[in-house]
Design a protein around this ligand. Sequence first.
Ligand code: NVA
Length: 310
Amino acid sequence: MRHFLRDDDLTPAEQAEILEAAAAMKHAPYDAKPLVGPQTVAMIFDKPTLRTQASFGAGIAELGGNPMLIDGALAGIGKRESVEDVARILGRQVSAIVWRTYAQSDLETMAAHAGVPVVNALTDEFHPCQLLADLMTVREHKPELAGLTATFFGDGASNIGNSWLLAGVTAGMHVRISAPEGYTPSEEMFARAREIGEQTGGTATWEPDPRAAARGTDVVVTDTWVSMGKEEEADARTAIFGPYSVTQELFELAEPDAIAMHCLPAYRGKEIDAEVLDGIQSVVWDEAENRRHAQKAVLDFVLRHAGERA
Ligand code: NVA
């Protein structure tokens, strides 16, 4: 069974194939119908959502399927009923499961017991669907992904930091994490990225000095300093990440044709200046749109490969 639980579940060739398919789906949104029936895909949210629910819901419908929203609070997965039992139950009803939750280990448990493909719609550790949309967006603005330098500023230990490291290096990019000590991806995450980089030519580095990190960057990336679930640390985080704010001044240190990316929701004046987010080099609205196309392509991929061993 193929699942999409973390960015490195896809080989470099598979990632490239999905990005190609996503671009074709954007061009002809109603041509691919792998969910004709309609087959149902369960979408479960244990954390807030806007883009993810909207883009999966619309995308599943475009694929000929029926998006079924499951309210995580009502279902009480892991509380009212074990993750294993929920997986077995849903697997008898639906063709695939899309889940946003906290622990990556719970997502893995779901995948081990569902009997249908499971897709990560964000965990504390990874946000791999966002990265497919991001890479698709970069491809729309740059001739090729391999060899580009992307720098993530802010909480490098977050889901977006980890996912940029793995997915970017899978695409052959040079990924820099510019974050304070204690807020970088783990040593294991860097080791995994470097292992992938041996095949793709991509590299993974940590640069704590944001100005040094910005120089030579083609893709400037940031995200909220307070990820969902970290709200109690909001004040401390604002002080810690202040120097990593993507201000207009920092953005101007990057390549003249650099693009600015943010998975949204954005907090203007905190992790990014309004001037950058709303400026002409920002591609954030394309990123948000491309969630739908990229997720359709990944759903199509896991459904086609559902019978295979990962
Ligand atoms: N790092 C953010 C991403 C939101 C899409 C969070 O987890 O809240």
